[in-house]
Design a protein around this ligand. Structure first.
Ligand code: ADP
Ligand code: MG
Length: 637
């Protein structure tokens, strides 16, 4: 089983949508979600027809009668109907049962962990899906996310007074393939076609128009309610690449609320009041603390009265006092950021711009810490709750043809196929913008070959064993044909999310096989850089080896063809012909053991010369046979 290149018919980009469709941008957040719409590169967040907040809490309530409520109203029921409300479902997207066990206890609802399937089921089930017991229903995270997306779609349709079927949805940069696929599945369930999944930090950078600005490195600092994420983006020719990411999935504004609660309880204890409180009092106090925190963003001091356990106390909390309560947590975000910079070999002063995302970046102490770390004022004039949705909306407009500054991701490393002798035939070159579809035709190497191994690889080197193997599959059922007669078209398609599908089709019979792979999965920047460096360092040697291998493959093919002909038409050969050809083959085979491709090529030509008389006899006879029984007129045309 082998492959041999015939020709490359060229590239056909995926067809563009003819008609202009309406597409929105959706920030599908852990705590809150936002939907926005852009026209003429001006985007606005969409609110309910009666105005109000753009923020839709990512909370869903499932009533016993089947009614589903999303957002503010659902969040108001968290305390009274805890078992029927789902929040923070994003933390479960694409998670296998194993990793969910670790977060299950921290979620307010029951996560069902079914027994592992056995027998046939185990093989076909794939990764086990997490299920949630909510009220009397059993739901997957994808279904819950779909309910949130349905609510956002409805909000957009009400605000825009027309159908909305397309969206760009943002996901955290660290989301893996499974979580991205789960997000797309949720959209499909909600009747939304995803134009593209965009990384949240990339969307934030787009909102600030950084794609139109100077090339270089940018940092996106995202501090939300429960999570902290820091991302370094590299902008080059209008294209963002996530260079590295870091964060803490259990650090956010909610922890600031807890710090205030502890501070209040400690002050009460100092006054001799019992500091043990029950769950409902704790919830009430957390709400008060959150209000204090948010008020301190605009004011220097907040006074509150706290009445729990039948004793009322008054507290005066100053901005400086609050800053002291959270200083350790803010420092932690700074040290994580320093670590990420360090890992990427980047100094804070190398960063061209810093973008703030997430409600907690409104806290003045947080802004000050970020500004001092990078030695520059972070960008903050777009609402940090809305900036991701705004960027997604701009991207949605660009993808629907509303603007010509289309953000394109590129293929980081070339994609190709293994051909005879372990040579890599590149099909899609590195830095090709996605989405892209490219095809190439291959043929069989041997007479009667009925199967072909399709081996998909990634990398810049010329030989397969120095590239990364992505997938292998066999195209079988090729009808018996002479070597080189079968036409196998191999098609590479990389969609907007970087998912690669490779299909192989034998054109005369239509038999087809395909396989889907994620080329960037499991590969990091460092591996990538190493692979690129190796390819440059070894370029000359690789090319020599490739040419030598090609010479050997070509020589072997000639020998096989001559031997097949000698067997088929032995009666046309006299002893002299036979000996000359055999000698030429022996000489060529000896040269093929060596490393001199010039000698191999010369001796391959010598074999051709030696077998020419025989080839001519075969041709003569072939023509005579073809003419037999036909009159001259019918062949003259
Ligand atoms: P997530 O990304 O987790 O969905 P958000 O980005 O919406 O969360 O951020 C929510 C957090 O932002 C909450 O902890 C909230 O208290 C905090 N927050 C919102 N407004 C302010 C404010 N004015 N000052 C301080 N914190 C705020
Ligand atoms: Mg967020």
């Amino acid at each position: 089983m082998a492959l041999l290149t015939i020709h490359e018919p060229g590239q056909t980009p995926l067809p563009h949508e003819e008609e202009r469709k309406l597409a929105v941008g959706i920030d599908l957040g852990t705590t809150n979600s936002v939907v926005a719409m852009s026209r003429d590169e001006k985007s606005e967040v969409l609110r309910n027809p009666d105005g109000g907040s753009a923020i839709v809490p990512s909370v869903v309530h499932y009533a016993s009668d089947g009614t589903v409520t999303v957002g503010e109203a659902a969040r108001d029921l968290i305390d009274s109907q805890a078992s029927q409300v789902v929040s923070s479902v994003k933390r479960l997207m694409g998670r296998g049962l194993e990793d969910v066990k670790s977060v299950a206890g921290t979620l307010p609802y029951h996560v069902e962990i079914p027994d592992a399937p056995t027998g046939d089921d185990a093989a076909s089930a794939g990764p086990q899906m997490v299920r949630l017991n909510v009220g009397n229903r059993v739901l997957t995270p994808v279904e819950v996310s779909a309910d949130i997306l349905r609510a956002l779609k409805a909000r957009a349709e009400a605000a825009l007074e027309q159908d909305v079927d397309h969206a760009v949805i943002t996901v955290p940069a660290y989301f893996d393939d499974a979580a991205r696929t789960a997000t797309k599945d949720a959209a499909k369930l909600a009747g939304i076609e995803v134009l593209r999944l965009v990384n949240e930090p990339t969307a934030a950078a787009l909102a600030y128009g950084l794609d139109n600005g100077a090339e270089g490195l940018y940092a996106v600092y995202d501090l939300g309610g429960g999570t902290f994420d820091i991302s370094l983006l590299k902008m080059q020719k209008g294209v963002f690449q996530v260079k590295s990411t870091g964060g803490d999935a259990a650090l956010g504004g909610d922890d600031f609320d807890h710090a205030i609660v502890e501070n209040i309880l400690a002050a009460r204890k100092a006054d001799g009041i019992d500091d043990t409180i029950d769950a409902s009092a704790a919830k009430r106090l957390l709400k008060v603390a959150r209000a204090i925190k948010e008020a301190l963003t605009a004011r220097d001091q907040v006074d509150v009265a706290v009445d729990i356990n039948d004793s009322e106390t008054t507290h005066s909390i100053t901005r400086a006092g609050f800053d002291a309560m959270i200083v350790k947590m803010v420092e932690r975000t700074v040290s994580i950021t320093e670590q990420v910079l360090d890992d990427a070999d980047v100094l804070p002063e190398d960063i061209k711009g810093v973008v703030l995302v997430g409600g907690s970046t409104r806290v003045p102490a947080v802004r000050a810490a970020v500004a001092s770390l990078f030695g520059q004022e972070p960008l903050s004039n777009i609402d940090p709750d809305e900036v991701v949705a705004v960027g997604a909306a701009l991207q949605a407009e660009a993808l629907t043809g509303g603007s010509d500054n289309l953000l394109l991701d590129v293929i980081p490393l070339s994609l190709g196929l293994e051909t005879m002798g372990g040579i890599v035939e590149k099909v899609v070159d590195r830095n090709t913008p996605i989405p892209v579809a490219k095809g190439q035709e291959f043929t069989t190497y041997q007479d009667g070959q009925n199967a072909m191994m399709i081996h998909v690889v990634q990398g810049e080197r010329e030989m397969v064993d120095q590239c990364r193997s992505l997938a292998r599959f066999v195209l079988s059922g090729i009808p018996p044909m002479a070597a080189g007669a079968a036409r196998i078209r191999v098609e590479f398609q990389v969609d907007a999310d970087g998912l690669l599908t490779v299909s192989a089709r034998e054109e005369t019979t239509g038999i087809e096989q395909e396989v889907a792979v994620k080329p960037t999965y499991g590969i990091n920047e460092i591996d990538m850089a190493n692979m690129l460096r190796d390819s440059m360092v070894n370029a000359r040697g690789d090319m020599e080896l490739r040419l030598l291998t090609e010479a050997r493959v070509e020589a072997r093919r000639n020998i096989l063809a001559v031997q097949a002909a000698m067997k088929a038409d032995a009666e046309l050969l006299d002893e002299g012909d036979k000996n000359t050809i055999a000698a030429a083959i022996a000489e060529l085979e000896a040269a093929m053991q060596g490393d001199d491709r010039q000698i191999i090529n010369d001796l391959a030509e010598a074999l051709e010369t030696a077998s020419r008389p025989f080839a001519e006899k075969r041709m003569d006879r072939g023509i005579r046979r073809a003419l037999a029984g036909q009159n001259v007129n019918s062949v003259r045309t």
